[in-house]
Write a protein of this length. Structure first.
Length: 429
């Protein structure tokens, strides 16, 4: 019989269960040594959300279909027109409340401002639960200028926030730097200690199962299922402790501490995402661009925006605010163009990284000036899809954005006909 759970063990157990970084750091459920790893064609997803969105009038095209005329912002990525689809008329049904919807972009959870609200599983974590892939990390969750305690694109099935990594240096070390023998032993000991905690918890819960009613027993079964999932992930993590790490193709980055260097920080994180895909460290990445928490920022080396990002977004049609927003929006689209160019120029065994990677870029905010959460700006690039140009849905009676998520899941080889608030899928080949 296991020894009693001490006070210190209880504290460690609580940290273990509530610390979302576990989900970030543990490899995906898979056979790391599977013999067909080199012959299977991988498919990847990068999901990006700017929580203040983009100026709608410069994002959405005026006409629809494959032969649409690119809008001002889309002209920055026009050379990739045949490799992306831009959507209008998509949103999450009953996901309202202005800024409160930012954590629901990849979950589609309803009524985030209601009392007792609990988020649901995010798209990336749903993929991490189901996809059979052979990477060190199940998913990587990134952030720029992010309020890590309150904002994230990644959420567990139990509605627990997974903190975003906002340090390129830490991410680089985790992906590429080999620890000392002592550090690897400590990592293995930490995993074994976590496994022991799970053993204690299972025994404790099993001993009480006979005294529970039907409803409580169902909750217990869900709890035990979560424990089993964690055990599987710990087992895979143990296999990766001593596995060799890839050689990076760039020098160790330097963190940019100055939050006003917004564009530089954004570009740096996109480079890290591309590097993670290039070295097959993961196949699922999320990136929250926390514009809400971004102070007055540099539009260029010698030019500052008039005020902080949030105040700019409430432009009230002031020309100076609109000018700064157009500038920063355009620069972000230029960064997207650079990412697509880089992915396209990185050859893989089968094709190129853009062909094998879906890049989702959008926002929970349709119009930050009015706190509108409908008609969201959504663009999906790459992934070998049959792209549709501008796919225009009803801008007054929106289609569920989660329908696109179902399409993404299916493209990743996951057998799913429903996710979140979806009521179907979107045909992209």
């Amino acid at each position: 019989m296991n020894s009693p759970i001490t006070h210190s063990t209880k504290l460690e157990r609580r940290r273990f269960l509530t610390n979302g970084t576990l989900m970030l750091a543990v490899p995906m459920r898979a056979n790391a040594g599977s013999k067909d790893a080199s012959t299977s064609q991988p498919t990847r997803l990068l999901a990006i959300s700017n929580n203040l969105g983009f100026l709608p009038r410069h994002f959405f095209p005026d006409n629809s279909g494959v032969n649409y005329t690119p809008s001002r912002y889309l002209s920055e990525v026009a050379k990739w027109k045949h490799r992306f689809t831009v959507f209008s008329g998509l949103s999450h049904p009953a996901c309202e409340g202005g800024h409160s919807t930012e954590n629901c972009f990849l979950t589609s959870a309803k009524h985030p401002t209601s009392s007792g609200f609990r988020n649901s599983i995010s798209l990336d974590q749903y993929i991490a639960e189901r996809a059979t892939q052979r990477t060190r990390f199940a998913s990587i969750n990134l952030g720029i200028n992010i309020d890590k305690a309150h904002r994230s694109l990644s959420w567990t099935r139990d509605g627990v926030l997974i903190p975003a990594e906002d340090s390129p240096v830490r991410l680089f070390k985790r992906m590429f730097l080999v620890g000392t023998k002592s550090e690897m032993q400590q990592a293995m000991s930490r995993l074994q200690r976590q496994r022991s905690i799970l053993d204690d918890m299972r025994e404790s819960r099993n001993s009480h199962a006979r005294t529970l009613g039907r409803r409580d027993r169902q909750r217990l079964n869900q709890y035990l299922q979560s424990i089993r999932e964690l055990e599987k992930r710990l087992e895979i993590a143990e296999r990766w402790v001593n596995a060799p790490k890839p050689t990076p193709t760039i020098a160790t980055p330097e963190d940019i501490a100055d939050r006003s260097q917004f564009i530089e920080k954004f570009g740096q994180m996109l480079t890290m995402a591309r590097l993670a895909f290039e070295t097959d460290a993961t196949r699922v990445i999320t990136l929250m661009v926390d514009a809400f928490a971004t102070p007055q920022f540099h539009l260029s080396d010698d030019t500052l925006a008039e005020t902080d990002y949030h105040n700019l977004s409430h432009h009230g049609q002031r020309e100076s605010h609109l000018s700064d927003l157009e500038d920063v929006d355009t620069q972000q689209m230029k960064l997207l163009n650079g990412l697509l160019t880089s992915l396209s120029g990185t050859m893989t065994e089968h094709s190129d990284l853009l062909q094998e990677t879906m890049v989702l870029m959008g926002s929970n905010m349709g119009n930050a000036n009015t706190h509108t959460n409908t008609n969201l700006p959504i663009l999906l690039a790459g992934g070998g899809l049959r792209h549709q140009g501008h796919l225009a849905f009803n801008t007054e009676n929106n289609a569920p954005l989660a329908n696109l998520f179902v399409t993404i899941l299916q493209k990743l080889g996951i057998n799913a006909d429903h996710f979140g608030s979806s009521n179907g899928s979107i045909d992209l080949g």
